[in-house]
Design a protein around this ligand. Structure first.
Ligand SMILES: Cc1cc2nc3c(=O)[nH]c(=O)nc-3n(C[C@H](O)[C@H](O)[C@H](O)COP(=O)(O)OP(=O)(O)OC[C@H]3O[C@@H](n4cnc5c(N)ncnc54)[C@H](O)[C@@H]3O)c2cc1C
Length: 613
């Protein structure tokens, strides 16, 4: 084992991790980023559509009188009133200056004719408290916004002497005296275990979309950080809320950005009907994602999928877009060149993977597992909290998709993840810089890293009959079938039973061929599967406990939202079993954590409403 010591360790080099590292280092802390991927390969680089901020830039001849107040309202409403309103306020207000800061760091945003940052429409973003008027709020660099954010922040971190440990997999959280004192990580190139001792540790390790079969998420999205924290007794919040993005490429799950609909694209069924007019007569195709995903699912159930199959069309052909724009009395008209310049990567994906040219033909799409609203509970300063009373766990921080602030509530709006990374990553970094100025190093726990080392040995030498990828396929299938867009008590129980069987096989009958230590991706993938199995199960367990439908959690057996009993956050705790081992732990779930309602206390317009679109 090798030992390292830094004031602050940042786990993950996506947008959240890099922003936190940048600000912690600017504040004088000695910072290391530990990342299983080379930083610019993080999933943030796949983000396409844009980053939301109420800049209110004029678009062509259309005025855009936007305000952070409207952005905060949309975030609360989009989250189906489970969003913590103090967090929504911070997000909307700090987004404006955070985006301008990115611009000043050199991020090449698209421009309006006046040279301002170009903004487009996105689902659920409106003006004046959910009125019919859609806001132009998504700042973008073509459809490569996340890619540009990563490149920009990585360069800034290098400039600021942040130390990078690339291709190091964090596998365990080190705790002592009730505080987080660092992490243990496996170096991919050597297989060696490294101990990182720190005063502050921030988890920015991304989501776990790989629990599902059809997903927009990269292979690396296996929730390692969340699982490593959870195994050490920290609860997970609101795990039942996992977003299905309406428009993934049929079967492949690859994301087609909501920016396509933001630019005027429409969804149509086998009869050529623009079916969102029925489900959301006012905002139509730009309703929030939970609403659109359910509409697609319902159309497919009714046999209205294309050719009766389980997909519908997304149409961005200029003639279609212009026809609907004319009907709506809008002045804007688009042509082939416009689509090519605004959505180059989307066109490329469709031409490459489907042989479909979206400027000539509609794209076959279906909902795809996309984003974890839940995760490691934090307050608005990115400090990890461990109970209903928001008790802070010293030394532990989280930001980005792996964290649950909760700024997205039960359903995230498009473009709000990238803002979340930048705003709360920055807050985390600033707070860490202050914290480490006075905090002392707490000793490492006795035998730090030994337990996880033994677990890796078990996996590396396992000689059963079942390979990890077989187990992974079955897990993904059961999660898609049973904990998908719609759920019931029976389907969720079925998923839990299936997952128990898979976990037993994982411990008793795993087969690994590669017994080497260097670059052993087979062992690491098997270990990632262990994380996914646990996160999948606590998703189902949390979902069972919430006997209502809200945001991304739609129960056929409880179709209504129940604000009296369930306008609260879920916390799930792991109990009774060792962090590693064959025994399946007990999971204790509470749906008791209060939602912050500070905005609605001041302004009744923020209070819950029945959702009408
Ligand atoms: C295809 C796609 C398009 C999207 N488009 C948009 C959009 O237009 N707008 C928007 O707001 N949101 C979008 N999102 C969502 C958004 O991009 C993500 O939620 C966000 O980028 C997550 O950032 P992050 O910093 O939390 O983590 P990520 O960018 O996922 O990075 C995770 C980091 O953690 C590291 N890591 C993981 N496990 C370990 C481990 N065990 N040890 C060490 N390091 C580890 C990885 O190496 C990586 O550096 C999109 C998502 C997808 C998948």
């Amino acid at each position: 084992m090798k030992n390292h010591q830094f004031d602050a360790i940042i786990v993950g080099a996506g947008g959240a991790g890099l922003m936190a590292a940048l600000y912690a280092s600017k504040g004088g802390a000695k910072v290391a980023v530990v990342s299983k991927l080379y930083p610019t390969r993080s999933h943030t680089g796949a983000a396409q559509g844009g980053i939301g901020a109420a800049l209110g830039n004029k678009i062509g001849d259309e005025e855009n009188p936007d305000s952070p107040l409207f952005h905060a309202y949309d975030t609360v409403k989009g989250g189906d009133w489970l969003t913590d309103q103090n967090a929504a306020k911070v997000l909307a207000e700090e987004a404006v200056d955070a985006v301008i800061e990115l611009e000043h760091m050199g991020l090449p945003f698209d421009r309006t004719d006046e040279g301002k940052i170009s903004q487009r429409r996105f689902g659920g973003h409106t003006l004046e408290f959910g009125s019919k008027r859609l806001a132009y709020r998504a700042c973008h660099a073509a459809d490569r916004t996340g890619h540009m954010i990563l490149q920009t922040l990585y360069q800034q971190c290098i400039k600021n002497n942040v130390r990078f440990f690339d291709e190091f997999h964090v596998v365990d959280t080190l705790m002592n005296q009730g505080a987080c004192v660092g992490v243990a990580a496996v170096e991919l190139g050597t297989g060696e275990l490294h101990i990182f001792h720190s005063k502050a540790t921030l988890f920015a390790s991304g989501g776990w979309g790989r629990c599902w079969q059809v997903t927009s998420n990269a292979h690396s999205m296996t929730g390692d950080g969340a699982a490593a924290v959870f195994r050490r007794g920290i609860p997970m919040q609101d795990m039942e809320f996992f977003q299905f993005h309406p428009t993934g490429i049929f079967k492949l799950g690859i994301l087609i950005t909501e920016g396509v609909r933001g630019e005027g694209g429409v969804l149509v069924n086998r009869h050529g009907e623009r079916f969102m007019e029925k489900y959301a007569p006012s905002v139509k195709d730009l309703a929030s994602r939970d609403v659109v995903s359910r509409a697609i699912y319902n159309e497919i159930q009714k046999g209205n999928g294309i050719g009766g199959k389980n997909y519908v069309y997304l149409d961005i052909r200029p003639e279609t877009v212009n026809r609907y724009a004319a009907e709506a009395g809008e002045k804007k008209r688009i042509d082939r060149e416009y689509v090519e310049s605004k959505l180059p990567d989307i066109l490329d994906f469709c031409r490459t993977y489907l042989g479909v040219d979206p400027v000539k033909e509609p794209m076959p799409i279906q909902p795809t597992a996309h984003y974890a609203m839940g995760g490691i509970p934090t307050n608005i300063d990115a400090e990890v909290v461990i109970d209903e009373n928001n008790t802070v766990l010293p030394g532990m921080y989280a930001a980005g998709e792996t964290a649950c602030v909760s700024v997205h509530g039960a359903n995230r709006l498009g473009t709000n993840s990238l803002v979340d990374l930048i705003v709360f990553g920055r807050r985390g970094g600033m707070n860490i810089a202050e914290f480490v100025k006075t905090a002392q190093f707490i000793d490492l726990p006795k035998d730090a890293g030994r337990e996880v080392e033994a677990e890796f040995e078990r996996i590396r030498t396992s000689k059963g009959k079942t390979r990890a990828y077989t187990l992974r396929d079955t897990m993904q299938q059961t999660m898609n079938d049973n904990v998908g867009v719609y759920r019931t008590e029976e389907t969720m129980q079925k998923a839990i039973d299936d997952l128990h069987a898979l976990r037993n096989t994982y411990y008793q009958d795993l087969l690994v061929d590669d017994r080497g230590r260097k670059f052993n991706t087979e062992v690491l993938e098997a270990w990632e599967l262990g994380n996914l199995l646990e996160l999948a199960e606590i998703t189902a367990v949390s979902a069972k406990a919430r006997k209502e439908s809200r945001g991304a959690h739609s129960r056929e057996d409880y179709p209504d939202r129940d604000d009296v009993n369930f306008r609260k956050h879920t916390l799930v705790y792991r109990e009774g079993a060792a962090p590693y081992g064959a025994e399946i732990p007990a999971y204790r779930v509470t749906v008791e954590k209060p939602v912050d309602t500070s905005l609605e206390v001041e302004d009744p317009r923020f209070a819950p409403k029945v959702r009408v679109y």
